[in-house]
Design a protein around this ligand. Structure first.
Ligand code: SF4
Length: 363
């Protein structure tokens, strides 16, 4: 009697393949140690906080500048928060900078300047959520921690052909990531999957031919890899509008002020302005309110546009040259800044756009 053919065992993705690939093809990043070595927890923490919602290319110079200014967590804790905010300006998501300073202070004061070496201990620090705690635990302390970011979710969804859309599939993708995480070299493995997602298994046109898992990838076999991960339909981002008031004194100084410490862009320097009000429909004019001082205002043509996480913003800029008496009426909260020093004023990106818009209008 003819024997039934024995089915070939299906090859499963394996962390060793990825680690071998990581040893040869990892990205050389300033905060990384050599494979098999753990990195300085302060450097890992700093880079991980900076990398949230920001690209590696944008982070590099900020990271190097922070380490040059504050080489240890104790140095950062001792720095005035305003200086930290200024050094952070341009990186966006400013709550991160405030929490960065707060976290440094807690590590310096309550932990003797030494970061806790467990996920739980790290998670208890200000500004460190589950993802960052896992990343630091794995990369700095080689703990067996499951690190899941957008890159990891994409790789897992493709590798195991998970067609359920995000965010519903999050728990499943995490479980798959946990299954693949090795007991040893968990930090290298975590960085390896992130690197694979960033350089090979990219959102568009993944380079499957050079992928260490290409013979085990279900998504590739089914020809659906590039369509994964699927995402639930997005709700439209609301639009807010407002006015920025650009006021100059005769000596060439511009009126800036500091935003309240809490809330959006808390503690950052800004050009004074109206509230930002959500507007529906296609109204052209920005919502205004009483300008800070009665004078002759000009409306600059065009709008300044900026996208925050939860809304888009359009600002119309009103400009005025103030007399000494009018400038005085603005009060002591105003930081008069020479126009040529505006680049060093620590303006967040949206306010830097306002300044650029005005300067372009002057030219
Ligand atoms: Fe991504 Fe292609 Fe590798 Fe699958 S084979 S994990 S789709 S790069």
């Amino acid at each position: 009697m003819a024997r039934k053919p024995v089915p070939k065992p299906v090859a499963k993705p394996d962390s060793d393949d990825l680690l071998a690939w990581y040893d040869r093809h990892r990205r050389r990043l300033p905060w990384r140690a050599l494979p098999g070595k753990t990195s300085d927890p302060y450097a890992v923490w700093l880079s991980e906080i900076m990398l949230q919602q920001t690209t590696v290319a944008a982070v590099k110079s900020y990271y190097e500048n922070f380490l040059a200014l504050w080489p240890t967590v104790a140095d950062l804790a001792a720095a005035p928060v305003a200086e930290v905010m200024t050094a952070w300006a341009g990186l966006g998501y400013y709550a991160r900078a405030r929490n960065l300073h707060k976290c440094a202070s807690v590590v310096a004061a309550d932990h003797g300047g030494v970061f806790p070496d467990t996920e739980e201990g790290l998670n208890a620090l200000p500004g460190i959520g589950p993802y960052t705690a896992a990343a630091i635990a794995a990369i700095a302390f080689d703990r067996h921690a499951v690190v899941v970011d957008g890159n990891v979710e994409r790789v897992m969804a493709r590798l195991f052909a998970v067609t359920e859309p995000l965010p519903q599939s999050k728990a499943r993708l995490r479980e798959l990531a946990a299954r693949l995480t090795p007991d040893e070299r968990a930090g290298d493995y975590a960085q390896g999957v992130m690197d694979l997602g960033a350089t090979v298994c990219t959102p568009k046109s993944p380079a499957c031919v050079i992928c260490p898992w290409n013979d085990r990838c279900e998504g590739r076999k089914l020809g659906i890899a590039e369509t994964l991960p699927r995402k639930a339909a997005k709700v439209e981002t609301p639009l807010r509008r407002g006015v920025a008031y650009w006021m100059m004194r005769a000596d060439g100084c511009v009126a800036l002020q500091r935003r309240p410490p809490k809330g959006l862009l808390g503690g950052m320097t800004e050009v004074p302005g109206s509230d930002w009000i959500e507007q529906k429909g296609r109204a052209k004019a920005a919502v205004g309110e009483t300008p800070p001082v009665a004078t002759k205002w000009r409306v600059l043509p065009g709008v300044v546009e900026h996208v925050f996480t939860h809304f888009r913003l359009q600002l119309i800029v009103h400009t005025a040259d103030l007399t000494a008496a009018q400038a005085k009426k603005l009060g002591p909260g105003i930081i008069w800044t020479p126009l040529e020093k505006i680049g060093a004023a620590g303006l967040p990106s949206v306010m830097a756009k306002v300044a650029k818009h005005v300067i372009k209008g002057m030219g």
